[in-house]
Design a protein around this ligand. Structure first.
Ligand code: FES
Length: 157
């Protein structure tokens, strides 16, 4: 009986509107899911595996990967900042050059900004917005990240 009650409680909780689930996002991420404004997100056919969560240290080296956009394969990268994973096309907003001065080196010396190795443009890691240098008013092209079950995925498209 106790098992039956528990199952029904769980079912009730899973059918709650996404706004109410928002407060439980930390717990859900522990069991391998994440919550966004659009509701419960899980990896599926529309996602591509990039790396293990543990491969990305906060403010540390990024992971380079190829991404398909508009029928072209383009370079991209993922980094971790403030505990969250962000991903962008690896293309400076000043001139279409890759940012990293050595493979995976996207952060400045303080681990505060993403920096372009060519002319020193600085980008906010959490948004890709230019914060200094010749990229003023522009931004990196951001990709949609999903971190679930100890893995980092990118949504296609
Ligand atoms: S190419 Fe990146 S700052 Fe100029």
């Amino acid at each position: 009986m106790a098992g039956k009650k528990r199952l029904s409680e769980l079912s009730e909780r899973l059918s709650e509107p996404s706004e109410r689930l928002g407060g439980h996002s930390e717990r859900l991420s522990e069991v391998g899911a994440s919550v966004t404004e659009s509701g419960l997100n899980l990896p599926g056919a529309d996602t591509v595996l990039v790396c293990a969560s543990g491969d990305l240290a906060d403010g540390g080296d990024g992971i380079r990967f190829d991404f398909e956009r508009d029928d072209k394969i383009v370079p991209a990268f993922a980094i971790r900042h403030g505990g969250r994973v962000y991903a962008y096309l690896n293309r400076c907003a000043h001139i279409a050059m890759e940012l990293d001065w050595k493979p995976g080196k996207f952060f400045d010396a303080e681990g505060e900004y993403l920096i372009c190795s060519t002319h020193g443009a600085l980008y906010a890691p959490e948004s890709g917005a230019c914060r200094g240098g010749p990229c003023r008013g522009a931004a990196l092209s951001r990709l949609n990240v999903l971190e679930a079950g100890g893995k980092v995925y990118i949504r296609k498209g």
